[in-house]
Design a protein around this ligand. Structure first.
Ligand SMILES: [Zn+2]
Length: 319
């Protein structure tokens, strides 16, 4: 009897244990189901995130492909920042404060140079991945730039300026002779005439550059030149979409202007009818006599207002 009752009790315990096991098993299955469901939801969420990211990335890529990322920030005279292919090039840096340099010899309007201050700090001007020099006359590369720019900064220049830059201590000078590729940007050096006749010969050599990169508009920085066969040839060969001209009609007391005046700028526009043109090199060095107001009036008169820009110091331009 006792044995029977014991057995009954034993069976009861087994049943209870079995019930407990069944309950635990159900909980376990439920936990596993919740785990997999949660993982599924996380995965779906990640897929959604991936899709959103992919769309954003595609939009950025198509933004790039439209060539909308190139920017220019004009600083002063010929000094500007070029943002292209995710890097910043500092073009023709002059870092001196206003009136730190003597006037240009034998020129009108004898005032100390530069005529105006930089629109931002020298530190901000020097924030660049590389430096591009059209030539090293002091209104394009002054003593302060030679002293203050980091000596390891890549400097792209015409071959004739290499030794001067080495003597100043620059260790990453890269003469463009006539083509160089840097950070997926092709730099092609172009010619020019810094004045006419004997003056033009004495002012030589000067260079310009064409810059080409995937998904960017072709850019031509003409440098210190007047309208001449070298400029015409560059326009016809490279068909630039954006052209930076150094205007100001700079001059000495004798002879013709040594940089572009109104008529030179008009000729560039006529030879590159689809290009956007930016005119710098004005109102900062004493011998540049063409003012922004006078040039803007001419631009309106010639109905070029839609594609010729004359930026203020510090102004950003998008392309
Ligand atoms: Zn100049």
């Amino acid at each position: 009897m006792f044995l029977f009752l014991y057995r009954i009790d034993e069976i009861g315990q087994v049943t209870t244990a079995f019930n407990g096991m069944t309950k635990n098993l159900a909980d376990l299955v439920r936990c596993i189901a919740i785990f997999f469901f949660t993982m599924f939801e996380i995965f779906r969420g990640l897929q959604g995130y991936k899709k959103v990211w992919y769309n954003l990335d595609s939009k950025c890529q198509s933004f790039n492909q439209r060539g909308m990322v190139m920017k220019i920030r004009h600083l002063r005279h010929a000094t500007f920042h070029l943002h292209i292919q995710g890097v910043t090039l500092l073009v023709d840096p002059v870092l001196s404060p206003a009136a730190a340099m003597t006037p240009i010899d034998n020129s009108p309007n004898q005032r100390r140079n530069p005529l105006v201050e930089l629109p931002v700090s020298v530190e901000e001007v020097m924030t660049a991945d590389g430096c591009l020099l059209t030539h090293t006359h002091r209104d394009h590369f002054d003593t302060a730039a030679g002293e203050q720019l980091p000596k390891t900064l890549p400097v792209f220049c015409q071959p004739e300026d290499r030794d001067k830059l080495h003597l100043l201590g620059f260790t990453a000078v890269q003469p463009v002779d006539p083509v160089i590729t840097w950070r997926n940007i092709e730099l092609i050096r172009t010619g020019g005439q810094h004045g006419t006749g004997e003056i033009g010969r004495k002012m030589a050599p000067v260079s310009g550059y064409v810059l080409k990169a995937v998904a960017e508009p072709t850019l031509y920085i003409a440098g210190d030149t007047v309208w001449c066969p070298e400029v015409a040839e560059t326009l016809s060969i490279h068909k630039p979409e954006v052209i930076v001209l150094y205007g100001g009609a700079a001059r000495f007391n004798q002879g013709e202007p040594i940089t572009m005046g109104k008529e030179d700028i008009l000729r560039v526009c006529q030879h590159a009818p689809a290009a956007k043109v930016v005119v710098l090199h004005m109102e900062a060095i004493n011998h540049c006599l063409l003012t922004r107001a006078e040039l803007n009036e001419f631009i309106q008169q010639e109905r070029l207002g839609g594609r010729v820009q004359v930026p203020a110091d510090g102004q950003w331009l998008d392309f």
